[in-house]
Ligand binder design. Structure first.
Ligand code: BGC
Length: 493
């Protein structure tokens, strides 16, 4: 017998039908992969495409023997991080770091305001941890700094890149088109610090480098990916395939071509802004309309942490019209609270609810009270909210399979794996395609990798006949990737 009242049963049915709007079928994922392959090729051939496919000027990946002490800073989401990294040369490193939240007003102010704040954090850190560099006899030894800047830039050299656009809620108009390394160096010099910005690094490139430095495999890492506040990936591409580099009318700079490869920052957050294959619901549309960049970053807005909470909020508000929080006596909602305040629900809320297996949904009820201003929600309410969360989270993970599958296919890594597998003796291990990941969603969202892998298996017959795509891929967390990776790039600079 059901413990739910009729009213609660009806509510749950409605919640499940909203949850079902987030179902992303195998054919949809396969269509996504095909469109991704198409846009990827366009971006490699031509400049100024929606999916930018930015050449990074990084033409080698580390092998774990690199050594030295470097500074790295990381601007890309809610916090600014300053760290110094000591690479020991044996795939190991030690890291000292300081983290400061970025004041909200600086995210939408002026470039002077933001970059002078960043330089001040660097000053505090260097004075605390590297005071020897301020002594007169050692002052000649400048610290090399790798700048992890996780927004789309048109990179023209290892330490020079012009901002194309902001993402993830940042909006500082006067910075667009400027070289972000210069903006930072100017403020560092104003404080007279012994620090030189030598490399500009996207967080995904850092993740790729860090994973390559620490990864167990013989072959390097193919792809570094972030599923955090935003989402994006960088991978190792063969130079001849990046044909826009050879177009004389374009502004691309010099690079070392001896390795025959270059890391490409895909900016896949902008995959399918044209909305040919991406799923769309009223909750996605409401979010996009209220964002600082409508029509942009459409893939990111369905996948990454900055947005999942807002999709959930929109779906909850819709379900309230169908009786959510209104089936039991005594439930009350704070009308000026988070449920009525755009962008106020954190993705960690979804993680908590998704992981709530208590029999009466205690964790969900607590979270509704603490983070959403709903007191004394019923078990039916909690179950309904969980049905929404499940739909939103699973869709995010299944969408994330698209760029991973497409990259493995387009680079030939998957073909290579299949060949090796066919030639391997019974029981012999075949080297997998290594992928380094970082970010709160992939790290903390319950079941994220499992759902992603499920999608990879689903599309197997639809995109590539024979078996093995899912089993070919090894995914490993590259903790602190952006810091260590920036240090590794500063080293070669
Ligand atoms: C940015 C990327 C970045 C990603 C993950 C996106 O919004 O455009 O450059 O790599 O977020 O931080």
């Amino acid at each position: 017998m059901s413990i739910l009242s009729d009213k609660e049963e009806a509510l749950l049915a409605k919640a499940r039908s909203i949850g079902a709007e987030f179902v992303y079928e195998p054919e949809d994922v396969a269509k996504g992969v095909r469109e991704y392959l198409n846009l990827m090729e366009q971006g490699l051939k031509h400049s100024k495409q929606a999916m930018t496919m930015i050449p990074t000027y990084v033409t080698a990946v580390p092998n774990g023997t690199e050594k030295g002490v470097y500074l790295a800073v990381d601007l890309g989401g809610t916090n600014f991080r300053v760290c110094s990294i000591h690479l020991h040369g044996d795939s190991k490193f030690t890291l000292t770091q300081a983290k400061t939240p970025i004041p909200k007003e600086l995210m939408i102010g002026t470039s002077k305001g933001l970059f002078s704040f960043l330089a001040k954090q660097i000053e505090d850190f260097v004075k605390k941890h590297h005071s020897d560099h301020f002594e007169p006899e050692t002052s000649y030894s400048q610290l090399k700094l790798g700048f992890t800047f996780s927004f789309p830039v048109e990179q023209v050299a290892l330490n020079k890149g012009y901002l194309i656009r902001w993402t993830k809620g940042f909006d500082i108009q006067d910075a667009i088109g400027k070289d972000v390394c210069e903006l930072l160096q100017t403020e560092i010099d104003a404080l007279d610090l012994p620090v030189r910005v030598v490399a500009l690094v996207n967080d995904t490139v850092g993740t790729l480098m860090a994973r390559s430095y620490t990864s167990p495999g013989k072959a390097g890492t193919l792809l570094g990916a972030i599923f955090g506040t935003g989402t994006n990936g960088a991978y190792v591409e063969k130079l001849p395939r990046i044909s826009k580099l050879f177009n004389k009318t374009e502004n691309y700079g010099e690079y070392d071509s001896s390795s025959g490869v270059m890391v490409i920052n895909t900016e896949w957050g902008a995959f399918d802004n044209a909305m040919k294959v991406l799923p769309d619901t009223p909750y996605d549309r409401a979010l996009d309309k209220n964002s600082v960049n409508p029509g942009m970053q459409m893939f990111e807005k369905r996948v990454s942490g900055m947005f999942l909470g807002e999709i959930l909020r929109n779906a909850i508000v819709a379900l309230m019209a169908d009786g959510l929080f209104n089936v039991a006596h005594g439930t009350s909602i704070d009308e000026n609270g988070p449920l009525f305040t755009p962008w106020s629900i954190d993705t960690s809320a979804l993680s908590t609810i998704q992981a709530d297996y208590t029999s009466s949904y205690t964790l969900t009820k607590q979270l509704l009270e603490r983070d959403m201003g709903v007191s004394a929600a019923s078990t039916g309410d909690a179950m309904a909210v969980k049905a929404l969360v499940y739909g939103i989270g699973k869709r995010s993970a299944r969408l994330s399979a698209i760029p991973i599958a497409a990259t493995a296919i387009a680079t030939g890594a998957y073909e290579k794996y299949k060949l090796a597998k066919a030639e391997a003796a019974e029981g012999e291990e075949v080297e997998k395609i290594d992928i380094g990941v970082d970010g709160s969603v992939v790290e903390y969202y319950p079941g994220f990798e499992r759902y992603l892998r499920e999608a990879l298996r689903d599309i197997q017959p639809l995109v590539h006949g024979a078996a093995g795509l899912e089993e070919a891929i090894r995914i490993g967390i590259a903790k602190d990737g952006s810091g260590v990776g920036a240090a590794l790039i500063a080293l070669v600079a």
